[in-house]
Write a protein that binds this ligand. Structure first.
Ligand code: IVH
Length: 666
C-alpha cells in the first residue's frame, strides 16, 4: 500500500472510530490505538501536503487561520417555532392541526428542545461541505471551520451510506454541563467574566475567530431536522432514524405520539427527567410527523403551522425583598445583590440573588419590602424576574431602589466604560474593597503564594491598621500579630519565603490591569527586570509576543502613576525578586543570532507565544511569512499546506519542536 492509499485508509478508519466514540459512546479500540493511528495519519499528511483535506480527522484540532465568517443565504429559510407554556396551549395546537387536516389521523414526533444555537449542515457526496448558523433565519454565518472541530458531527459518512447525494441536516450546537462547568472554572481562575449559561457559552464559542479555541471547549451537537429533495422516508421521525443510521447524533429520546394524552405523558416525564440530562434543555418540540401533512398545514411568516415548542416552566418562587446591597469587587465593579427572606427553590434555599448591573436593576423597579419572583432557569445563580402584582398594587410600597452614582465603600464617583454594563469604582488606592482585593490577589497561589494568609486575616490586619497595601506585609513583626505563636511563626515564615518567588510572578502579583499570568511571563522574559519594564514605551511593549495595545497601555499607565512606582520600589527594598534569576538569564543565548524563524502549526510543549519569546531570547527573529531569507520553519502539527508547499519550493528546512528545543539548549 502506498502512502496515499494508507492516508485514505486511516481517514476512513478514524472517521468510523470517531463515530463510535463520540456518537455511540462505544469505542472499539483503546485511546492509545486511536492516538497512534491519528499520529501516523498526521505524519503522512505532513509528508504529502498534496493530500490535504479539510475534512480529514486530523483537522478537528482547529487552525490558527482567523475566521472571518462569510454570510451565506439559506436555501430554505431557518424558521423558528412559536412557543406554548401550558397544556391548554398544547391542546389548542393539537386541535388546530386536527382541523387543518380535516380530521385525518396524524402522529406527532416529540423531541427535547435543546438549549444551544441552531446550525445547518450541508453534505455533498457524503462529505460535510458547509455549516451555517441560523443568523436572522434568511442568512447566517459560515462557521464550517469551527464546526469541523465538533467531534460528534461527521465530516465524512462511510462509503456504503445510503444517503442522498446532497442533503441538509439541521440541529443544535450546545455545550454539555460538564464542559460548561470546566470552562467557567477556568475563566474564574483567570478572572475572566463567566458565561451565564451553556447557551451563551456555546454561542460565544462557535463564533470564535480561532477554531483551536473551539476545539478545546467540548461542544456537542444533536441533529433534529433532515431536509432535501430526496429523503429516505415520508415522515420526519423515520428520517431522523435514517440519519442516525448514517452516523449523525440524533437524540435517543425522540418518540412518536398518537394522541394528545401521549404528548402530555412525554411532557410530564421530561419536565422532571430533564434535570438528569448531561445537557441543558428548555422545553419540548412537537412536530406533525408526515411530510405530506406538514405541507398541507403550511407555514406562517415566522414559523411552521405543523410544529410548536412547549417551554418548561422555570422553577419560580415568591419571597420578600429585604434590601439590595451594592458589592464592590476586587476590580472595582459594583454588583447589586438582593437579600431576601429565605425561600425553597429547585431543591435549595435561596436568600440572595444577583441583579447583575445597573441596567438589570433599573428595569425591575424594585422597592424595599416588595414581593419578588425568583427563578432558577438555565442559569445557576437564581435571579429576580419581577415583582408580584400584590406589591405593584400596594399603595404603601417601600422606598424605591436605585443604582448609586457613588461607590458605596469609599464615596468616589463611579465610572462607566463604553460598551460595558458594569459601573466601576476607579479609586484603586483609596477604596477598601479594591485595596483588600489587590492584597488578596498579591498573596494568591499563582502570585506570591503566601498560603498562611487568607482573606479574613488580610481583612483583620487591614482593619487594625497593620497593613495599608501588600508591601506592608514585609514589615509585620511578631509582636503585632497576637498570641498564637504557632500561627504567627507560620505567617512570618511564608511572608519571608515569598521573597524568593521569581520575578515573573512578582510582576503578576502587583496586579497591573489586564496583565495575567501569561502576559506577566512574556513581559518578564522580554524585559528581564522591573526597571526595564517601567522604562518601556508602548512601542517597546508591543514588540513582545502576545502583548497588544490594551496591555501595553495598561502597563504604561501603571508605571506612570507615582503611587504605583512607590509601591514597587518598597517591594524592591523588602528584597523581592525584581529581575529574572540567573538561571533564567542563562537560559538565554545567541544560538539563533542572525536567524529568522517562521512558526507554523500547533505545538505540544509550548504555546506559539512562548516559542516566539524563546526565539527572541536566543537572539533570533520571529517573522510572519516564509521567504528565501527564512532560516527555518519551526513546524508543529497540522502546518498549513500552503506554507508547507512554499517552504519546500524555497528549500527552507522544517524543524520540529523537539529539534528546536535541543538546538537552543545546546
Ligand atoms: S425544529 C421548523 N427541533 O429551537 C422547525 N428546533 O424556537 C425548526 N431547537 O431555532 C426547528 N431543539 O434552535 C427543532 N428538537 C428541536 C429543537 C429545536 C432546539 C431550537 C432551534 C430553533 C428553536 C426554535
Amino acid at each position: 500500500m502506498n502512502d496515499t492509499e494508507r492516508i485514505a485508509q486511516l481517514r476512513t478508519i478514524l472517521h468510523r472510530l470517531n463515530h463510535e466514540y463520540y456518537v455511540l459512546n462505544a469505542p472499539s479500540v483503546t485511546d492509545r490505538e486511536f492516538d497512534e493511528m491519528m499520529h501516523e495519519l498526521q505524519q503522512l499528511e505532513q509528508l504529502h501536503p498534496e493530500c490535504y483535506d479539510p475534512n480529514s480527522p486530523t483537522q478537528r484540532v482547529g487552525s490558527d487561520l482567523s475566521n472571518d465568517f462569510a454570510t451565506v443565504v439559506h436555501k430554505r429559510p431557518m424558521l423558528s417555532l412559536s412557543n406554548t407554556y401550558n397544556r391548554q396551549e398544547v391542546a389548542d395546537f393539537y386541535q388546530r392541526v386536527s382541523e387543518g387536516l380535516h380530521g385525518q389521523p396524524f402522529d406527532v414526533c416529540c423531541e427535547l428542545k435543546f438549549d444551544g444555537l441552531s446550525i445547518s449542515l450541508h453534505y455533498e457526496h457524503r462529505r460535510l461541505v458547509r455549516a451555517v448558523t441560523r443568523g436572522d433565519g434568511e442568512k447566517g454565518d459560515d462557521v464550517t471551520a469551527n464546526v469541523r472541530t465538533i467531534r460528534s458531527i461527521p465530516l465524512e459518512l462511510p462509503v456504503d451510506t445510503d444517503c442522498p447525494d446532497t442533503f441538509e441536516i439541521r440541529g443544535e450546537v450546545l455545550m454539555p454541563w460538564a464542559s460548561f462547568d470546566r470552562l467557567n472554572q477556568q475563566r474564574q481562575e483567570a478572572e475572566e467574566p463567566l458565561f451565564a449559561n451553556p447557551r451563551n457559552a456555546a454561542s460565544g464559542t462557535l463564533k470564535s475567530k480561532d477554531s483551536r479555541v473551539v476545539a478545546g471547549r467540548g461542544l456537542d451537537a444533536y441533529l433534529y431536522y433532515l431536509l432535501g429533495d430526496e429523503l429516505p422516508a415520508t415522515g420526519h421521525y423515520q428520517c431522523l432514524l435514517a440519519a442516525r443510521q448514517w452516523g449523525f447524533q440524533v437524540s435517543r429520546h425522540i418518540r412518536l405520539a398518537h394522541s394528545l394524552q401521549e404528548i402530555y405523558d412525554y411532557i410530564d416525564y421530561w419536565d422532571q427527567e430533564r434535570h438528569h440530562l448531561p445537557i441543558a434543555t428548555d422545553g419540548i418540540v412537537l412536530k406533525v410527523n408526515s411530510f405530506a401533512q406538514q405541507r398541507s398545514l403550511g407555514l406562517t411568516a415566522k414559523s411552521p403551522r405543523w410544529a410548536i415548542a412547549y417551554k418548561f416552566q422555570a422553577e419560580q418562587a415568591q419571597t420578600t425583598l429585604r434590601q439590595v446591597v451594592f458589592q464592590v469587587g476586587r476590580t472595582g465593579a459594583v454588583t447589586p445583590v438582593a437579600n431576601m427572606d429565605p425561600v425553597l427553590l429547585a431543591g435549595t434555599t435561596v436568600r440572595r440573588a444577583t441583579l447583575h448591573n445597573a441596567d438589570v436593576l433599573e428595569a425591575l423597579q424594585l422597592h424595599v419590602g416588595d414581593q419578588v419572583l425568583v427563578e432558577k432557569g438555565g442559569e445557576i445563580i437564581p435571579k429576580i424576574v419581577g415583582v408580584a402584582q400584590e406589591s405593584l398594587d400596594n399603595p404603601d410600597r417601600g422606598l424605591p431602589i436605585h443604582f448609586p452614582a457613588h461607590c458605596p465603600a469609599c464615596g468616589h464617583r463611579l465610572v462607566h466604560y463604553e460598551g460595558e454594563a458594569a459601573h466601576y469604582c476607579p479609586n484603586e488606592t483609596g477604596c477598601t474593597p479594591l485595596i483588600l482585593g489587590r492584597i488578596e490577589h498579591f498573596i494568591s497561589r499563582k502570585a506570591m503564594n503566601i498560603s498562611s494568609l487568607g482573606p479574613e486575616t488580610v481583612d483583620e490586619y487591614y482593619r487594625q491598621g497593620l497593613i495599608r497595601d501588600a508591601a506592608d506585609l514585609y514589615q509585620l513583626s511578631g509582636l503585632q500579630l497576637g498570641n498564637d505563636q504557632q500561627r504567627v511563626k507560620k505567617i512570618l515564615q511564608s511572608v519571608a519565603e515569598s521573597r524568593q518567588v521569581p520575578f515573573e510572578r512578582v510582576l503578576f502579583a502587583i496586579g497591573i490591569r489586564f496583565v495575567g499570568e501569561i502576559a506577566a511571563k512574556a513581559l518578564a522574559r522580554h524585559f528581564g527586570s522591573m526597571e526595564a519594564l517601567a522604562a518601556a514605551s508602548v512601542d517597546d511593549l508591543l514588540q513582545v509576543g502576545g502583548i497588544g495595545m490594551v496591555i501595553a497601555e495598561s502597563v504604561r499607565a501603571y508605571f506612570h502613576d507615582p503611587s504605583n512606582r512607590d509601591f514597587v520600589s518598597r517591594l524592591a527594598a523588602h528584597g523581592l525578586q525584581m529581575q529574572l534569576s540567573e538561571a533564567h538569564r542563562q537560559a538565554q543565548s545567541d544560538r539563533l543570532s542572525g536567524k529568522s524563524v517562521v512558526i507554523s502549526g500547533v505545538f505540544a510543549r509550548h504555546s506559539r507565544d512562548e516559542y516566539k519569546t524563546l526565539i527572541e531570547q536566543h537572539g533570533g527573529r520571529n517573522v510572519g511569512s516564509i521567504s528565501a531569507k527564512t532560516s527555518f520553519v519551526l513546524a508543529g502539527e497540522n502546518m498549513g499546506p500552503a506554507k508547507l508547499e512554499k517552504a519546500r519550493k524555497l528549500g527552507v528546512p522544517l524543524m520540529s519542536e523537539d529539534e528546536f528545543l535541543a538546538l537552543i539548549q545546546g
